[in-house]
Design a protein around this ligand. Structure first.
Ligand SMILES: C[S@@+](CC[C@H](N)C(=O)[O-])C[C@H]1O[C@@H](n2cnc3c(N)ncnc32)[C@H](O)[C@@H]1O
Ligand code: SF4
Length: 403
């Protein structure tokens, strides 16, 4: 097996929120329209052949490539290690290494880029609410790069789910797992309609489903409509507690409201047998000193003690939001918090990568970009970073940065 091989382009199908097929959810690279031919078109054949031959597609697989260069876990390495955990069987990777027409075992399903939030680290490719701010920021900063090809690419996108199922439904007999993100998957009833239709092609009780959601539109009682699924994993994106939450996630939906919804989910999971609830965050410059509070809060709402249902991934981009760029004093404070968490929760999977991130060097260009970009965004959103992280600029100044 080549050391750049990734199972995803071989055994998964990704319906991207931008209404195209991509190789996986970490990539914004458009592999073709949502029709049956795309799964084995020239772009897929070249990608698969290159991966088997040991050639990285550094641009299309940039997120994983960069993470691995930094010595962190990437989705590729996770998938390689977790065949049995993700697909409940081994041998699937080995038996699906053709250049054309492998069997689809996993589906990344998305319905649109429609979202009511505009989280600071996200962008218009996943949230149409971001489009206006993004355009204004682009007028100020020529270097802005959310990996969105052009401004023309930015409008609301909607996947034609009926067409997708008409074409791919008969190909989904080997499906074992679906991950749904978006956009915000609970903006409307697309999810429920989708599973109704999908049940014509596959037996739902063989499918494990994970849904990432911002939680704000989730009607917890409706989840019993999905009780036929083998497992239903609701992964609520939180990032941080209290004032950090509102500032980072760009909506008036309050942290108290979110807290209430997650507690309802935890209660439901005691009776709805297939339901698993987790919370997630992306570790970055905004929430680096909130991590201990976040873990404590999450344990409390999830009614657990070992932080086993918390995902706190290191943000891979945009570069200027990376925690490594924070002032050294805040990084030291964060390191202390993480080291305490490691003692309290020695099996927590995500903490080692967070420590690695905190031990990386700042980048002058990224710091300058962050300061200018964030100032403009604060202006557009009538918010103020000084209310959230009052020590940020003061400490940079002490370190000699001219702000
Ligand atoms: C794009 S969202 C879509 C689903 C849903 N709206 C939500 O927020 O969970 C999927 C996940 O990506 C995370 N995310 C957004 N921008 C990110 C970035 N730049 N780096 C890492 N994760 C990011 C979100 O916090 C969320 O957990
Ligand atoms: S809620 Fe999800 S899709 Fe919406 S802006 Fe935030 S991360 Fe992006």
């Amino acid at each position: 097996m080549s050391n750049v091989y990734c199972p995803m382009p071989f055994v998964t199908l990704t319906i991207h929120p931008g209404n195209f097929i991509s190789r996986c959810m970490m990539s914004l690279d458009n592999m073709g329209p949502i029709d049956l031919n795309t799964y084995s078109n020239d772009a897929f054949q070249t990608l698969r052949a290159n991966q088997l031959a040991g050639i990285w597609d550094e641009k299309g697989c940039e997120t994983c490539f960069r993470k691995e260069q930094e010595g962190q876990q990437s989705q590729r390495t996770k998938w390689l290690e977790r065949e049995e955990k993700y697909l409940r069987e081994t041998g699937i990777y080995k038996n699906n290494q053709n250049i054309v027409r492998n069997k689809i075992h996993h589906l990344y399903m998305n319905f649109s880029n429609t979202c009511n939030f505009k989280c600071r680290m996200c962008g218009p490719h996943f949230s149409n609410s971001w489009i206006t701010d993004y355009k204004k920021l682009s007028n100020h900063f020529s270097w802005i790069n959310y990996k969105v090809a052009t401004l023309e690419d930015m409008y609301r996108k909607q996947v034609d789910v009926d067409k997708f199922l008409n074409e791919y439904g008969p190909e989904l007999a080997d499906l074992r797992q679906i991950w749904i993100t978006g956009g915000e998957p609970f903006m409307d009833d697309s999810i429920y309609k989708f599973f109704n239709e999908l049940s014509k092609y596959v037996n739902l009780n063989k499918i494990a489903v994970t849904i990432n959601t911002n939680g704000s539109k989730l009607n917890v009682e409706d989840l019993n409509k999905l009780d036929k699924l083998l497992t239903l994993h609701i992964n609520v994106s939180v990032d941080a507690t209290g004032k950090f939450y509102n500032y980072m996630r760009g909506n008036n939906f309050t942290f108290i409201e979110l807290d209430k919804i997650i507690r309802q989910l935890t209660i439901l999971s005691k009776t709805q047998q297939n339901l698993l609830v987790t919370v997630n965050g992306a570790f970055q410059i905004y929430n680096l000193t909130n991590i201990r509070e976040f873990f404590y809060w999450a344990n409390d709402v999830l009614n657990e003690t070992d932080a086993g249902h918390i995902e706190h991934r290191v943000l891979s981009g945009p570069r200027y939001l990376r925690a490594r760029n924070a002032p050294e004093a805040l990084k030291r404070e964060s390191i202390k918090q993480v080291e305490k968490l490691q003692k309290e929760f020695p099996n927590q999977f995500y903490l080692p990568d967070i420590l690695k991130e905190l031990n990386k060097e700042q980048n002058d260009v990224d710091i300058e970009r962050f300061i200018n970009w964030n100032k403009k965004l604060d202006e557009l959103r009538q918010q103020n970073i000084y209310d959230i992280l009052p020590d940020l600029h003061k400490n940079w100044q002490l370190e000699g940065y001219v702000l």
